[in-house]
Design a protein around this ligand. Sequence first.
Ligand code: GDP
Ligand code: MG
Length: 369
Amino acid sequence: EPGATVKDLADAAGVPPARVVKILFSLGEMKTQNQTLTEEEIELVAEELGVRVELTEAVDLSAPEPEVEDAPEDLIEKPPVVTVMGHVDHGKTSLLDKIRQTEVAAREAGGITQHIGAYQVESGGRKVTFIDTPGHEAFTEMRARGAKITDVVVLVVAADDGVMPQTEEAIEHARAAGVPIVVALNKIDVPNANPDMVMGQLAERGLTPEAWGGDTVTVPVSAKTGEGIEDLIENILIVAELEELKANPNAPASGYVIESQLDPGRGTVATLLLTRGTLHRGDIVLAGTSYGRVRAMMDYTGHRVEEAGPGMPVEILGLQGVPEAGTGFEVVEHERMARARAQQAEAALRRQELAQGGPTRRTLEDLLG
Ligand code: GDP
Ligand code: MG
């Protein structure tokens, strides 16, 4: 819980931290500079100092951390969650489409494929979850909201164009988030593709390809012909394995909203990505200011499912309100509690908006500066 510390309050009030420590001591509280204060303590100290403080709490809409650590024996491997990033026109959408097609083609006919914002592919009996929102939208926005969704970033670089500004931006985002990068050297089918030139550019940015003695997995692909796609997925799994991605399936479900919208016929349609636990139809989901009982749940092929485990994307019906992408969700036991907490979140958001003098919804442009 990132609250205000003794030092924060002292700084805000323009007094030395020792003064705050002393006041707290006189109130019977022993606190050091970097310890956080309760709301009550802040008010008491402020009163004592004769200053007015305004509590503009940061509204935390991220998924809750489990209260108890999962026992190692309860953990199972979970599919890595992959976000595709890269410069405009380097082939992010094409690559995601091709990967999805490969999977759809491999499935028997009958499954209606619809875009639910995320999908899974299988390789050697293991699954990979792709967030189907190419570009920076998914990643930047969710990360700005504190969401830790992505386990691996696939950096798409066109072999005929090389490293460009948004490529560099993507590298920075992935690094800041501590997420490993797998490079998809795309468009190797075009006559003027120059993989060596691109590998040199990558090496200059600290992403030295394995073929050059570095440790960045770099896979030549063509989103047009499909060449290298299987290889890419296998390599994603290899990189993911080093991350030891595990989750407890026997816990109350929690995770993130990937996208949501209001459908005139079906109400709120939200795509959730589970990071922990198992979600069941009928569970009560709380996602920021939205909540509701899961009325129906569909996997990424549109098939109805009764439950979903860690790493799995599902579309759910039954929420009231339309939570923003990147909002954390959790399952709560009683609808009454969900409603109360959704209202609390709503009130906190309103206070924050007031304190900031306007709505807090940020646009992608704001985030990208
Ligand atoms: P995005 O902006 O990164 O999503 O890029 P797109 O997927 O929209 O692709 C931009 C253009 O490059 C489109 O005209 C694609 O058809 C083309 N393209 C993407 N991947 C390949 C590829 O591997 N080979 C060839 N020849 N063209 C590609
Ligand atoms: Mg695109």
